[in-house]
Design a protein around this ligand. Structure first.
Ligand code: V47
Ligand code: SF4
Length: 400
């Protein structure tokens, strides 16, 4: 059945409640749904209904295209001055024996280790430390750009920017001018968690608040630096907190148009201070992707981050509104393996990711960081991994 026939079934379903039918009609008419309708979807809609609506929107916008990119990840440190309760990754400065801190040269060595690999993006994100300040990252970004000018630099969340700009006593505008001149091109979506203070004050009270997170993205957008947005779901938040989160993002996107994609991040419960909260099940993951696709009508792309959600759920998510599964990823991003994801050593070659997408009858497209199409893998076969100059097989590409 096509996406269109599925939604027609819903519109003709005599047993469907009037409010859910109104939402389906709005989706067909490309009309925005309200806050209360968002909450209603979470509370009352069945999985089949949500999938039909979300897939209809996905296929209207993107057909079967399913995007991924080839990037690598640098995590400068896992020491952090903040104390987010859900974080399995960071170590406080007082636990520094358990942490790592990379020097500029060590990070450049990581960049150089990809010299003969077809990566298009480096994603830099980590803990927050006083010496990793504006000058430190200005210098790092400049060196990466000088070494490999065509590599797209996607770096730091508002948590890191807020700290480094404040410490340098510069405005957000001045800070972005420095880093953009160095070579910063876009921002990842982290640090958003749940904006609503009822939740944020419990799970991550000491880092930047919702208004600061949104202001920093707005300043970035106004400076021609696009970004992503995440939402950490499936812990202590209620459905209305999720909708509030998406509503604030939808409003900022109306204003700037600077967001590339939305990435719901499932809370993983291992090795953190919220272990006893547990995790939501796969049905809730799929429902959440679908509601996000329906609610976030001005976000073009919806990403399932497979190292966190797992390969099978990522495949399923492609029928629930998702049109991007991030990248070929290697195992140097520690955020999710330390939090208990089933992907303990996340890595996929291009061949594997293409197969994963084709196995669920979708169309694999390699993109750059701003969603220009680089390779259509229905037209070309992915290259087999080849040994590097030391005779080792190609490292799968990192992502984060
Ligand atoms: O902000 C931390 C999350 C984020 C846990 O923009 C956790 O392309 C689940 O934002 N369970 C950082 N999540 C990672 C991130 C990201 C990842 C992939 C792609 C992009 C992108 C951005 O990781 C943090 C936090 O929300 N996180 N701990 C945990 N236990
Ligand atoms: Fe630090 Fe980020 Fe972990 Fe919070 S989520 S403790 S800011 S590394």
């Amino acid at each position: 059945m096509t996406a269109r026939t599925n939604i027609e079934h819903i519109l003709n379903d005599e047993h469907l409640s009037a409010p859910l039918k109104t939402i389906a009609q709005k989706v067909v008419n490309k009309e925005r749904i309200s806050f209360d309708e968002g909450v209603l979807l979470y509370e009352k809609a069945e999985l089949g209904y949500l999938g039909a609506l979300a897939n209809y929107i996905r296929e209207t916008k993107h057909g079967d295209y399913t995007y991924f990119n080839r990037n690598f990840h640098i995590e400068p440190t896992n020491l952090c001055v903040y104390t987010c309760k859900f974080c399995s990754y960071s170590r406080l400065i007082k636990q520094k024996d358990e942490g790592w801190t990379l020097s500029e040269d060590e990070m450049m060595d990581i960049v150089k280790s990809y010299d003969d690999k077809p990566v298009t993006e480096v994603h830099i994100v980590g803990g927050v430390l006083p010496h990793m300040n504006l000058n430190f990252f200005d210098s790092l970004i400049s060196r990466i750009k000088a070494h490999r000018p065509e590599l797209h630099i996607k770096a730091f969340t508002p948590v890191e920017y807020y700290y480094m700009f404040k410490k340098a006593k510069v405005s957000y505008q001045e800070g972005f001018e420095v880093l953009k001149a160095a070579g910063l091109q876009s921002m990842p979506g982290g640090g958003a968690e749940i904006f609503h203070a009822e939740v944020r004050d419990i799970i991550c009270k000491d880092k930047c608040n919702a208004e600061q997170w949104l202001d920093i993205h707005e300043t970035a957008h106004n400076n021609g630096i696009p970004s992503n947005a995440t939402m950490l779901y499936g812990h202590i938040e209620k459905y209305h907190h999720r909708v509030d989160h998406m509503e604030r993002l939808r409003q900022l996107q109306d204003k700037t148009g600077g967001f590339n994609c939305f990435i719901p991040l499932k809370f993983r419960s291992a090795n953190n201070e919220m272990t006893d909260v547990g995790e939501v099940n796969v049905l809730e993951d799929l429902r959440n992707y679908a509601v996000a696709r329906i609610y976030m009508d001005n976000f073009n792309h919806l990403k399932a981050y497979w190292p966190m959600i797992g390969r099978s759920t990522a495949q399923l998510s492609l029928a629930f509104g998702v049109n991007d599964i991030d990248g070929t990823v290697d195992d140097t991003t520690k955020i999710y393996s330390m939090a208990g994801s089933e992907e303990q050593n996340p890595s996929m070659t291009t061949q594997e990711i293409v197969k994963l997408i084709k196995n669920v009858k979708r169309h694999p497209i390699e993109r750059d960081s701003i969603y220009n199409i680089l390779t259509d893998y229905n037209e070309v076969e992915p290259e087999a991994p080849k040994p590097d100059k030391n005779g080792f097989m190609e490292l799968p590409v990192i992502n984060g």
